[in-house]
Design a protein around this ligand. Structure first.
Ligand SMILES: [Zn+2]
Length: 237
């Protein structure tokens, strides 16, 4: 090990003594081998467990022109639940590594059910470049990274956001849907011919964003099969 690496490790140890790493969910101190989330919280994660259902709630929310093959979400996003902190940390607090870790773990949990069989490419829901500049990263790309590391499936950058969303949280679902129309473009669609693509995002709410991505790909390359995966799934009011 080089001196610099040793120094880095030593520094990391020192930091963890001064600021011990805490569980993002319950704030308990993490022990060796735990990262971002403690074992208790991981065990009690409100898992969706819907990935084996061929017409689950995600399929239902994403009904449009593009047929959806498989759909998976890791955990339920209840507004009052402490588990929402995982998404907030990954999305707004500059810790995309959490998205990567969760995605990696989710992939390991469902690959035994052959969820990833036949999937050729993972494509993250893109963020507009002004938003990337502001946030510094696209959390969906980090989800793709975690999945890719667990499955060996490559990541594609075919989807691009041509304009920025207005903040969606205050809008109703129809306005959200209108807002997300024609935001996404597909680059090099010929590279997707006959491929099975997994589109990934952090949270599925109404499905407007993911639906717009699926439709853009379906329109640009109708022979591509499409599956979807998100980390969290909200309840619809
Ligand atoms: Zn915890």
């Amino acid at each position: 090990m080089g001196t610099l690496q040793q120094l880095k490790l030593w520094y990391k140890d020192l930091i963890s003594v001064i600021y011990p790493a805490l569980c993002e969910v319950c704030d308990s101190t993490l022990v060796h081998g735990e990262e971002a989330i403690c074992l208790d919280c991981l065990m009690n994660l409100p898992r969706c467990n819907i990935h084996n259902d061929p017409f689950n709630t995600m399929h239902q929310r994403l009904m449009g022109h593009a047929p959806i093959e498989r759909a998976a979400a890791y955990f339920h996003y209840y507004r009052e639940s402490k588990y929402t902190r995982l998404i907030h940390a990954a999305k707004y607090s500059g810790r995309p590594r959490i998205a990567e870790l969760l995605a990696n773990r989710f992939a390991s949990e469902i690959s035994g059910d052959r969820f990833f069989d036949g999937i050729d490419l993972i494509i993250p829901v893109p963020l507009h470049k002004t938003k990337i500049m502001k946030r510094g990263y696209n959390q969906s790309f980090h989800i793709a990274l975690g999945l890719s590391r667990a499955t060996g499936i490559g990541i594609g950058d075919n989807l691009i956001a041509t304009r920025s969303h207005t903040t969606q949280t205050k809008h109703n679902s129809y306005t959200r849907w209108l807002n997300s129309q024609n935001i996404y473009e597909v680059q090099a669609p010929h590279t997707l011919t006959g491929k099975h693509i997994l589109i990934v995002d952090d949270v599925l709410t109404t499905g407007a964003t993911l639906l717009a991505c699926c439709e853009a790909i379906h329109k640009a390359e109708p022979s591509a099969k499409i599956s979807v995966l998100t980390l969290a799934l909200t309840q619809l009011q």
